[in-house]
Write a protein that binds this ligand. Structure first.
Ligand SMILES: Nc1ncnc2c1ncn2[C@@H]1O[C@H](COP(=O)(O)OP(=O)(O)OP(=O)(O)O)[C@@H](O)[C@H]1O
Ligand SMILES: [Mg+2]
Length: 345
């Protein structure tokens, strides 16, 4: 067997894996998948809300792959004007369009031997989708205004924060391209569905602040942590990251306490309350979702009141400790470590 490009060494691999922080079962599974697809050239479609880590995953796949010594080229399909996207991606000939003074290579050529990351792929115009499909099928790129075709060997990773499947149903995205892209679909859950990772991420971002501001250190009070963890984080990990930076800047005497938190974060518990209607109404309700919501809220409340003590929280809810822990795991919530009890039994 011919020896292919060298795979990254162990230290490099573990650094890439560490970039993806999280111990929630969904993240652990994701990390395994990332490692597995990194060993192949399969096209990957990453779906996740804004700020949930799509680019982190794409970079990890590239870094762990045999292509890691070559370029990782991110292309934000939503940020580049539609009329320029084609020439940006595939290059153009001299005089191909007004303003094309000289011939130019496209980003696909830049990514030759490496990885091209097509972010917000759902925003790609239909006509370009057809062209991309051809690249995926035969690996051949045709610059704008050229009849010359060049072969490129770029691994394609695409990402979308919207449900591409829905876009296909509405006719905004080609079905054939959709299936061709998601040879391996990776779905990143929003942060609110893996709240148990919030304390870990807080620690991680504080660690990064320590590196930026040597000699400084911060502690997060239990109450502040419970608030951070009750909030729904619509901006996901990016929002949490920005929040930690803001709290570090604003806190005095290195203590991050609940009163420092912005009002929307402190009101997270109160907002949850409005989602449970008092009456059935004409349209009915989703009882299972409401029960889960109520369960999650009461668990959060109990943990808040007991400062994260699971035994005491279980007692407040009239549950056995084991039942309580099972519910915690199902909600994707764990109690903040109190130091004296870290077991999850
Ligand atoms: N699991 C994670 N561990 C550590 N940092 C993370 C994780 N997920 C996301 N981040 C950080 O959060 C920020 C947002 O991540 P990223 O840019 O990958 O999100 P995205 O899904 O591509 O967002 P968008 O949809 O807005 O492009 C980055 O600073 C990234 O480093
Ligand atoms: Mg992104």
């Amino acid at each position: 067997m011919a020896s292919g490009p060298k795979l990254p060494d162990a230290a490099f691999r573990s650094a890439a894996e560490r970039a993806l922080i999280g111990e929630h079962p969904t993240i652990v599974k994701l990390r395994v998948l990332v490692e597995r697809v990194a060993a192949t050239d399969a096209t990957v479609l990453i779906t996740g809300e804004s700020g949930s880590g799509k680019e982190v995953i794409a970079r990890a796949i590239h870094t762990l792959s045999a292509r890691s010594s070559r370029a990782f080229v991110p292309v934000n399909c939503a940020a580049i004007p539609h009329e320029l996207l084609e020439s940006e991606m595939f290059g153009h000939e001299r005089g191909a369009f007004t303003g094309a003074a000289g011939a130019r290579h496209g980003l696909f050529s830049t990514a030759d031997g490496g990885t091209i990351f097509l972010d917000e792929i759902g925003e790609m115009p239909m006509q370009l989708q057809a062209k991309l499909l051809r690249v995926l099928e035969d690996g051949i790129v045709r610059p704008v205004g050229s009849d010359r075709a060049t072969r490129v060997n770029a691994r394609i990773i695409a990402a979308s924060n919207a449900d591409l499947n829905a876009a296909v149903r509405k006719g905004g995205f080609r079905e054939d391209l959709f299936y061709r892209l998601q040879v391996v679909p990776l779905i990143i859950p929003p942060l609110r569905e893996r709240r148990s990772d919030i304390p870990l991420l807080v620690d991680y971002f504080l660690g990064r602040m320590r590196q930026r501001l040597p000699g400084r250190d911060w502690t997060v009070t239990r109450e502040a942590m419970v608030n951070l963890w009750s909030y729904d984080w619509p901006g996901n990990v990016r929002e949490l990251e920005n929040m930690i930076e803001r709290l570090v800047i604003m806190c005095e005497d290195s203590v991050i306490d609940a009163p420092l938190l912005p009002a929307n974060l402190a009101a997270a518990g109160r907002m949850a309350e409005t989602r449970i209607p008092a009456t059935l109404g004409d349209k009915g309700v989703n009882l299972n979702a409401l029960v889960r919501e109520l369960e999650g809220r009461m668990i959060n409340e109990a943990l808040k009141q007991t400062g994260g003590n699971k035994q005491a929280a279980a007692r407040l809810l009239g549950l056995k400790r084991t039942t309580f822990s099972a519910k915690l795991r199902r909600c994707g919530v764990i109690a903040p470590a109190t130091g004296d009890e870290r077991d999850d039994a």
